[in-house]
Design a binder for this molecule. Sequence first.
Ligand code: T4K
Length: 375
Amino acid sequence: MKNESKTRGIYVTKPYLPEMEEYVSMLSSIWESGVLTNGGAYHQALEQELCAHLGIGNLSLVCNGTLALELAIQALEIKGKIITTPYSFVATAASILQKGLEPVFVDIEDGGFNLDPELIGDALDGRVGAIMPVHVYGIPCRRERIEEIARDRGLKVIYDAAHAFGVELEGKSVLNWGDASTLSFHATKVFHTFEGGAVVCRNPELRRQIELRKNFGYENWEVHCLGSNAKLSEAQAAMGLVMLRHLERIMNLRKKRFELYCARLENVTGIKTLIIPGGVKHNYSYFPILVGAEFPLSRDELFDRFIAQEIYPRKYFHPAITDLSPYREFKIISRHKVPNARRAAEAVICLPLYPDISESDVNRICDVILQARQG
Ligand code: T4K
C-alpha cells in the first residue's frame, strides 16, 4: 500500500465498512464493562456466531492469520519439515520458519493454483511431520489425496484457509478438513475484524491447546506450556459481529461483480479467468487472471497499462516464495523444482474486487484488457 497514493484510483481491494454509527454503538458496552481484551463478551459471542455461520465445531479467535498458522504448528507439536506450496502469500512459509521448522516446497497443479498432491510422495522423508496446503483464491485443495497420504504416513495436515472464509464443497465447510484450518480476518479479506484470524479444528482438545498458547500458556493463573500473545481485542471482535450482519449482502455484491468480470473476459484469447469447480460454494474473494503468450502484451505491460489509468491490481502471488530473497539465501528450498508455480507467478494479475466496486469500474478495468487485445 505504501507505494500507492491512495487518494484516487481503483485499488485491488477496499475493506467493507458498515455505517460508522453501527460500529460505534457496539463500543458503549466495552466502555461500560471496562473489558477490552482477554476473551470478553464480544470475543465469546463472535466465536459462537462464527461456528454457527460457518458450520464448524471449534474455533479460536487470534490476532491475525499468520499467528493462526504458527499456533496451529505449535499446538499440533509438529517437528522437522512441513510440505507446503511455493504459490501463496509469504506468511504461509514464514510461519513454518518462525517455528524453527523447514518448509519443503512442492509444486502446484498444472493449470491450477493449489499444491499438487501427486508430487507430495517425492518430497517425503522421515523428517516430514506435516502438510500445509493453501486453498488459493478460495478454491478447495484436493483433500482426499492429501489426507490419504497424510494418513498413510502419520502426518498432520494444516490447511491455510486464509482465502476460504465461507467456502463449501458439496454443502459442507472446507474448514472442517485436516487437523486444523487457519483463517485471516485482515482488512483486505472477505470477512474482516480490522486485523484478526482464527484456528478451526474438529478436536476440542486441540482448541484448548490453541487457547492456552494464544495467552502466554496461561490457564487459571498458571503457565502450562510455552505460549505467545495472539489474542483478538474486544473492539476487533465487535467489528466481526457487525460484519456478520452484513455478510449476505457482501457476498451477493462480490458475486455480481465476479460474474460481470467472467462475462466480459471469459472468451478473450490469451486471458484465463478463475474456474470455480462444480460443487463448490465460493466466496468471490479474488479475481485472478493469467496473461498467456497469445495475448499481445506481456503480463507486466498489461499491468503497466492499468497503473497508467490509476487502476492498481496486484500480482498475487509473484514471485513464487522460492524466489524470494530470504528463502533463496538461506538455501532452504527443497531439491524439488516448482515450474508450475513459477509460470503462474509470471502470468498472474489479481483484478480489483470488493463489495462496493461499481459496475462501471469493473467495465473500465475490462475495457483496458479488451483494448489491449485489439491493439
Ligand atoms: N496465508 C495466506 C494465503 C494469505 O494470503 C495471508 C495474507 C496470510 C496467510 C496471513 O494472514 P494475515 O496475517 O495477514 O492475517 C495483503 C494482506 O496484508 C494479507 O493479509 C493478505 N494475505 C495478502 C494476500 O494481501 P498486501 O501487502 O498486498 O496489503 P496492502 O496493505 O498492500 O493492501 C492491498 C490493498 O488493499 C491496497 O492497495 C489498498 C487496500 N487497503 C489495504 C488496507 C490494509 C485498504 O483500502 N485499506 C486497508 O486498511 O498484503
